[in-house]
Design a protein around this ligand. Sequence first.
Ligand SMILES: Nc1ncnc2c1ncn2[C@@H]1O[C@H](COP(=O)(O)OP(=O)(O)OP(=O)(O)O)[C@@H](O)[C@H]1O
Length: 417
Amino acid sequence: MAQLQKRKPSRMTLSPRVAQSSPRISPSGKPVKRRTNNPWGGMNVTDPPRSSAVRQRSQASEKRETRFVPNSRKKRDEKEKSTEPFKALKMQRALSPISYGQRTAIKKTLEERDTFDAFGLLPDVEVAVATQALGNMDDITPTPIQRLAIPALLGNEHQRRRSRSSVSHVKEMEQFLLAAETGSGKTLAYLLPVIDAIKRAEVQEKAQKEREAADREANRKANDLELLSPLLSNAPHPSTGRPRAIILLPTSELVSQVGALVKSLSHTVKFRSALISAAYTGKVIRTRLFSPNGIDVLISTPHLLSSITESDPNVLSRVTHLVIDEADSLLDRSFSPLTPRESKPEAVDPVFGNDTKKPGFISEKTLPRYSPSHDAESARHSSARTARSRGHRQRTLPREPQSGLRRHHLEHRPRSG
Ligand SMILES: Nc1ncnc2c1ncn2[C@@H]1O[C@H](COP(=O)(O)OP(=O)(O)OP(=O)(O)O)[C@@H](O)[C@H]1O
């Protein structure tokens, strides 16, 4: 008993050699490798494993890399891709395809566009922002995604380049992907240019009609004896059931949310909008879509729109702008038969490939909460959209039969103007 008490230390003490690695030298003079094939083998390692150590490149090798060789950059990227050990760095590189110089220039431009007046929107649209969309705010300034996306979607930025390069007069469908964080104002970033475009188209169409009416009148006067066909009193409005812009959202809740904003803007800008989803009865949907007053903007879920266009493809005949909100959901596998894939724009060409219109295809995607390359990505007109909460959205995705805005419907759609 007395012996045991003597051996017990008064408190735990560390060995004086605890921080020193035991020099293990093999008989041949080389250091002996630590054994790692047991559960504790990787513990207390003070030297980095050789496999992940950064290899020092010789000066000659660096010189060789910087010399200009066609495709050398591509090859180097491929090489780096295959040897890159850090996934996070890889992701960052994928999101930052522009140089620091370009980033600085974009940031400067962003600072200059500090009001909604700077975009050249129609006066009514500007007023609608101040009175309806952001009416409850004192200081109204566009958010970064709005500063980048609105001029790009309005076509202001590329107008000069397009006019220089447009050898052919056929207008091609333009695609934009807006990407920014949740709550960054992506909805307004795509809505304002779309509304601006449909109002401008309306003005043009009205002027065209007036010219045609004047021509007809002049003709009538010249041929006084010609019989005129009587005006049809019960003819439907030419835009009945034929919207100019379609906004697709994955759920009825989002249709109501974005629809409410669109409706509020329409009070000032004066355009006709309709929101349809599975939350409404068939009668309500028909009345809204085929209203005798016509329709300019349709907000819908893809499933509902696809089943409508199956029976009446003419609904798509006047569309010049298609917005795919929550693009990360709508372009995923569960919706892919319904939504045209960004990577396959030919799927929507038959509808939008009309050389009298300038069609647009906008999709919106929500970026992770913080991405250092957010600005850079946005600068490439990458993105927009928002999830209230990703988990919630997944749960509420409708699981209706997906019959489709299928390609053959688009291809066989009659091309009426
Ligand atoms: N320029 C602005 N200044 C202040 N608030 C704004 C501005 N633009 C939009 N908002 C407000 O920010 C909120 C979020 O906007 P919005 O829903 O468009 O963001 P979002 O990026 O689409 O978000 P989410 O990814 O969740 O859909 C809204 O309440 C909207 O009124």
